[in-house]
Structure formats: C-alpha cells, structure tokens
Design a protein around this ligand. Structure first.
Ligand SMILES: [Zn+2]
Length: 114
C-alpha cells in the first residue's frame, strides 16, 4: 500500500527542474513551445491551431508561475469550443494537485492519506 503511494508520487513529479518563479515568457519563446506545453490546443475552421494557456517549459516541466497564471486566466480565454474550458481546467487542476501533493508528501506518507 505504502509502496504504491510512493510510486504515484514519483510519477507526479515534473520531468525537469522548474525555472525561477515569476519568470515571464516572451511571445517568441511561447511560439517555440510544443503543443504539449499548452492546456488545450484547438483547431479553427480554417485549420489554424489555437493554443491556450502555456504552462510547461521546453523540457516538459510544469512551470508553477505559469500554471497559476493559466488557472487564473481560465475564465478570460476566448474558446473556439466552450467545452475546452472544462478540459483545460481538468488538466491544470491535475497539475496543481500534483504540485500540492509533492509539497505535502512526507505528511501524506506518514498519515497514509492519499
Ligand atoms: Zn500540462
């Protein structure tokens, strides 16, 4: 039981070391990020990709500052499909939970709360 909990916690860790908090990303940098760095990628009627709420850096690691910004901007995004907001929210909340769990990991391991 405890082993399973530890394995889950390891899987939740981001792949790389997040950059310093508060770092902002230029438009050029965001443009170079892969689709997987965004909460949702929508495709417009003309085939153009519309990528929303970047929060992973080039290494694939979650950037905590951009994750927070993305969560706070959820209600301001102009979605092509209104259903995308729920998809983005689920995605971002999942990251937030993982980051929170990581901080509280020793407490959770001791108490057995998952
Ligand atoms: Zn993500």
């Amino acid at each position: 039981m405890r082993r399973a909990l530890v394995v889950l916690a390891i899987l939740a860790l981001p792949a790389g070391v997040p950059p310093a908090l508060g770092e902002t990303w230029s438009e050029a940098r965001i443009a170079r990020l892969p689709d997987s760095a965004f909460a949702v990628v929508e495709v417009a009627a003309d085939g153009r990709k519309v990528r929303h709420l970047p929060h992973h850096d080039e290494t694939g690691a979650v950037d905590p500052a951009h994750l927070r910004a993305a969560l706070s901007r959820l209600g301001q995004v102009r979605w092509l499909d209104p259903a995308s907001e729920a998809v983005a929210r689920r995605h971002l909340e999942g990251h937030r939970r993982a980051l929170t769990d990581r901080r509280g990991i020793s407490h959770h391991a001791r108490s057995g709360v998952s």
